[in-house]
Design a binder for this molecule. Structure first.
Ligand code: 8YV
Length: 328
């Protein structure tokens, strides 16, 4: 007798090739119009599923998990960050959680580098000038930004993405500094020519550009707090492609408005999709709609990982990208 196929609920529209393969392998319920599910719709979906495939836009919190019943066994998240899932409650309820690490590293590092270049060199401002029709031509002192080459970049979080940013940064003549929970292996440190700062506070006070590349966890919530942001030098730029919650967005906005730091490149926000309206008014800020890993290739690779995680799990094995609370 053929084995019953697991019910897999996918909360958002995924690339066609991934959805087709999922339909072939599992009893898959798709979200064709891609409208984010409300909390009650999420609960309803979770009650009927053996496997859920959520994304960063779904809050799989205690309330949702408390009402899932006994059916849900796997949350195969489409993405690397798992801060939208209550891992402790999932564990207590015997639900396995997986993510998609590795396949979005290079794309996210590219976007980080793009912001590191865009803000000091006033890329978005220049583009806006042309589109507004008010460009009157080249001038020796017009649109002057700041040089990247020779500056100090402080990376917060030297994991996969942080290291990929460091490699790119070396090519642009930046000297690489980093703060991490643990010092990385000396071989990697040597390869990246990176300087380790055990004290985040001290590193912040000495950098020209800061890039946040750590996950959002209880320990990194507002890691860049109002107090720490004040340690930055006024010519410093901040780039964030990790999670909005890592920076106190209100404090950052206040400092940008007051000219206490030079500028910011933000791909993520504390209350997405809401963006502090004061940020939108500023010229020295480049704002992107959480698109760090948004490449077609990356999304397909993420989908492949989701499929492999589900398939391995339903075949009775430990999925390759199982997430444990102890990892964070
Ligand atoms: C993803 C991300 O696009 O994977 C992550 O952690 O932040 C994004 O790049 C998103 O999470 C998909 O759910």
């Amino acid at each position: 007798m053929a084995k019953k196929r697991p019910v897999v609920v996918v909360t958002r529209k995924l690339p066609d090739a991934i959805e087709t393969r999922m339909m072939e392998l599992f009893d898959t319920r798709l979200n064709r119009d891609d409208r984010p599910l409300s909390q009650s719709e999420l609960i309803e979906a979770a009650k009927t599923a053996d496997v859920m495939v959520p994304t960063v836009t779904d809050r799989i919190d205690k309330t949702v998990l408390a009402q899932t019943g006994d059916r849900l066994r796997l949350i195969a998240s489409f993405g690397t960050g798992v801060d939208h899932i209550d891992l402790a409650t999932a564990r207590q309820r015997g639900i396995t959680v997986t993510n998609t690490p590795g396949v979005l590293t290079e794309d996210t590092a590219d976007m980080t580098m793009a912001l590191i270049l865009a803000v000091p060199r006033r890329l978005a401002e220049g583009e806006r000038l042309i589109r507004s029709g008010s460009w009157t031509g080249w001038g020796p002192t017009s649109m002057l930004g700041h040089r990247i080459w020779g500056k100090r970049l402080g990376i917060i979080g030297m994991g996969r993405i942080g290291s990929a940013v460091a490699k790119r940064a070396r090519g642009f003549g930046l000297s690489v500094h980093y703060h991490n929970r643990r010092r990385v292996h000396e071989d990697l440190e040597a390869e990246l020519e990176a300087t380790y700062w055990e004290s985040l506070d001290q590193m912040l006070a000495h950098m020209d550009i800061i890039s946040t590349n750590c996950p959002h966890t209880p320990a990194t919530y507002h890691l860049l707090s109002a107090r720490r942001l004040k340690l930055l030098q006024p010519h410093c730029y901040i780039v964030n492609t990790s999670r909005g919650e890592v920076i106190d967005e209100n404090a950052l906005t206040r400092m940008l408005v007051a000219g206490e730091i030079a500028g910011a490149g933000l791909d993520v926000f504390e209350h997405e999709p809401a963006v502090n309206p004061k940020l939108i008014e500023l010229d020295n800020v480049v704002l992107l709609p959480h698109m760090g890993s948004a490449t077609i290739e990356g999304r397909v690779d993420m989908g492949e990982k989701v499929i492999i995680n589900i398939k391995t799990f339903v075949d009775g094995h430990t999925p390759p990208d199982r997430v444990l609370e102890t990892m964070f």
